[in-house]
Design a protein around this ligand. Structure first.
Ligand code: SF4
Length: 477
């Protein structure tokens, strides 16, 4: 089964400006959300899709912006939580006159596919996005309106979804799931009289648009010749914003739910310094790149020097990529090889390493090994995200419990015992995880408004009791 967590964008210019160059810039600013493939779609044309980074196609940009000249566009950057990184799985996808780009995961895709007449879904060859699009097209034809169709679809569909759509009548739509698992913002560029919706505000900044607001969970926005129209296809009382966006996934320059990500991460570091005041540390170093603001906050709070003891080799093949979202284990190992310790900073010191998360433990193990080789006297590791104990069914790639560093193989263990097990496994002298209360307090969003399912195992916000599957089972192998 192919599932996505990705970045999406939708742009409509009321002045008739060709917004395809803007979409390309916006997708580049969302590249951290997916590096496997990207694509754009304009009305009455097949979507354009490419594998790899957006910048890898820079020699084609001129041709693309001429051939795909349009005042309305949607776009997508992809990382798969499942399946192959093939061009056919890249987005946007087209079903009849509707093109769709999706950030999230439809957890009950098998069930949903039964509602799609003639749908050719099998786990191996199709995606949750395609099934949702096929069902949506049917519902639109039956009900006439996107809003009505979505209000039916949201009752049939379990999962997280931020969609952008474009239709042959040139309208652009954006919809955010009723719980607001994944982020989505609305912006406006005055000079071009252009509206833009995107997964993150970093995309708005990249095209010179001003952030107007977050798209409300359960909101459908339509951008067309008539301007901006909005309606609610769902009215939920509670939200479940993904807390992992705040420590790892989102761009530090972005603002979501009114909170800047860089500032939030720095505050998380400050709060962690109070939770784990390792006062005999000689220096605090971040694991590049997402943990840098938290490490700075931690160091400043305790008055311990902050330094860069680990640097990414930006000129290696994998250096600029992010290890967690790389789909293949061999690629993750290769990335870690290109994080280089600086002996002159590390040697003979008690190093406090701050990292944004500990998922499989692969990176942490490799980093601690490298720090030991560089002569660290003692290594304490502080993780800005709580223990990840359960898979995510709302769009982030923790597909199998067995793959998690915290996997206990059925043995009853307390959280402290799990921390100790992981500490020994990665080889640190001390390991401290954040907790949900501290993370939420540092970000400044009530804990109950955020999702912590991968830590707590409480899947109530999704409304499911998942059967945990292996990666192979989820891939349909
Ligand atoms: S389960 Fe974890 S990663 Fe998934 S949406 Fe919730 S907080 Fe985010």
């Amino acid at each position: 089964m192919v599932k996505e967590n990705c970045g999406v964008v939708g742009i409509f210019s009321l002045s008739g400006t060709n917004v395809v160059p803007m979409a390309i810039d916006a997708l580049r600013a969302l590249q951290h959300r997916g590096q496997e493939a990207w694509g754009i779609a304009i009305p009455k044309k097949e979507p354009l899709k490419r594998l790899g980074l957006v910048s890898a196609a820079s020699s084609e940009f001129k041709k693309i912006t001429e051939e795909y000249c349009s005042p309305s566009v949607i776009g997508h950057v992809r990382y798969s939580t499942m399946g192959r990184s093939s061009l056919e799985n890249a987005q946007p996808l087209k079903v009849k006159d509707l093109c769709i780009a999706h950030n999230g995961t439809i957890a009950n895709v098998q069930e949903l596919s039964n509602l799609v007449g003639g749908c050719s879904f099998t786990p191996q060859n199709s995606s949750d996005t395609l099934v949702a699009a096929q069902r949506l097209v049917t519902l639109i034809s039956e009900n006439g309106q996107m809003g009505k169709a979505l209000s039916i679809l949201k009752n049939e569909m379990i999962g997280s979804y931020c969609f952008t759509f474009i239709t042959d009548d040139e309208s652009v739509y954006a919809a955010r799931d009723p719980k607001g698992f994944r982020p989505m913002v609305l912006g406006y560029k005055k000079s071009d009289n252009t509206y833009i919706v995107a997964s993150e505000s970093s995309a708005l900044s990249a095209v010179g648009a001003e952030l107007q607001r977050d798209v409300t969970p359960g909101e459908l926005i339509k951008l067309s010749k008539d301007g901006l129209e909005t309606e609610r296809f769902s009215k939920e009382n509670s939200t479940a914003h993904c807390s992992f966006e705040f420590t790892y996934f989102a761009h530090p320059a972005s603002k979501m739910e009114g909170k800047n990500i860089y500032v939030s991460r720095k505050r998380i570091g400050q709060f962690l310094a109070k939770k784990f005041p390792i006062k005999d540390g000689d220096l605090v170093i971040p694991v590049p790149d997402s943990a840098r603001p938290a490490a700075l906050g931690y160091a400043q709070e305790l008055g311990i020097p902050f330094d860069e003891g680990l640097l990414k080799d930006r000129y290696s093949k994998k250096g600029p990529l992010r290890s967690f979202i790389e789909p293949h284990q061999t690629d993750r190992v290769e990335i870690n090889r290109w994080i280089i310790p600086i002996r002159e900073i590390i040697e003979g010191r008690h190093v406090i390493v701050v990292d944004d998360s500990l998922v499989r433990g692969t990176s942490s193990k490799a980093i601690i090994k490298a720090l030991k080789r560089a002569g660290a006297k003692k290594i304490s590791m502080v993780i800005t995200y709580p223990q990840i104990n359960f898979p995510c069914y709302a769009g982030i790639d923790f597909p199998s419990q067995k793959e998690l560093a915290t996997f206990t193989n059925g043995k009853e263990m307390t959280s402290e015992e799990i921390t100790e097990m992981v500490r020994r496994d990665i080889g640190a002298d001390f390991l401290g995880y954040n907790d949900a209360e501290t993370l939420a307090a540092a970000v400044g969003i009530p804990k109950d408004s955020m999702c912590f399912t991968c830590s707590s195992g409480n899947y109530d916000s999704l409304g499911i009791t998942p059967e945990f599957k292996t990666r192979a089972e989820m891939k349909g192998e």
